[in-house]
Design a protein around this ligand. Structure first.
Ligand code: C5P
Length: 221
């Protein structure tokens, strides 16, 4: 059997939502299923990569034949990603919560007559941005995602610059597209060379196309 084009290459993939605890029984989350991240991990594995799959509490079944690291919060995810480096490439498909609750309570918050709890927030670490800006040990190819509901292309181009990543895979997650939580995706690939719209297809097909593009880019150094 011929070796896959990604044989011997370690690739970190983040996936799923994060859960940001409010108290021991409550959390803030989002609707990411982890389906696209899982499909990408599988596609990279099928091309021979040594995949480290860092996932939040996603509903999608975990990919087989890869190293799976289960995390809960954005801060856990950051620590797992940093611990998984160095890597040839990293794909940030996770829907990381932008904020965590700083007022997290060690015990369950009680309902009190007429008094409502007030939650305080802080910004979570931006894992993609941090990895893309590493002076030492930056992966050779850093791929981010942009889930947008408006001005997808302009926002994705701006996001690529702001995050410092090599590519952005952008998609429209407006509810009427059925993409978030669905089986299909329609993405724009934003690279240093421009913007390519890819046809709407199964998340597995999009994943295979991305994995092949990554193999291509990594083989060119
Ligand atoms: O800024 P925004 O959340 O729209 O950026 C999305 C991209 O950044 C995704 O690739 C996501 O995985 C990554 N991200 C991250 N850490 C965060 C927020 C987003 O890695 N705290």
């Amino acid at each position: 059997l011929a070796a896959g084009p990604l044989e011997g290459k370690r690739i970190v993939v983040t996936s799923g939502p994060t859960h940001e605890p409010i108290d021991p029984v409550r959390y803030i989350a989002n609707r990411s299923s982890g389906a696209q991240g899982t499909a990408i991990a599988e596609a990279l594995r099928d091309l021979g990569a040594e995949v480290v799959f860092v996932t939040g509490p996603a509903t999608a079944p975990r990919p087989q034949g890869v190293q799976v690291i289960e995390v809960e919060s954005a801060r856990d995810m950051r620590a797992a990603v940093m611990g998984a480096l160095p890597a040839a490439a990293a794909v940030f498909a996770a829907a990381v919560a932008d904020w965590r609750v700083t007022s997290e309570s060690g015990s369950k918050i009680k309902k009190q007559d007429g008094r409502l709890p007030v939650l305080e927030f802080a910004e979570n670490p931006d894992i993609l941005r941090e990895v893309a800006h590493l002076q030492d040990g930056r992966p050779g190819l850093v791929v981010g995602f942009a889930a947008e509901t408006d001005d997808v292309e302009a926002n994705a181009v701006a996001k690529r610059a702001r995050k410092g990543c090599d590519w952005i895979v952008a998609n429209d997650v407006s509810p009427e597209t059925g993409i978030m939580g669905g089986t299909e995706n329609a993405v724009l690939l934003v690279t240093g060379d421009g913007v390519e719209p890819w046809p709407r297809a199964g998340k597995d097909v999009v994943a295979r196309r991305l994995a092949e593009r990554m193999a291509d880019a990594l083989s060119k150094g």
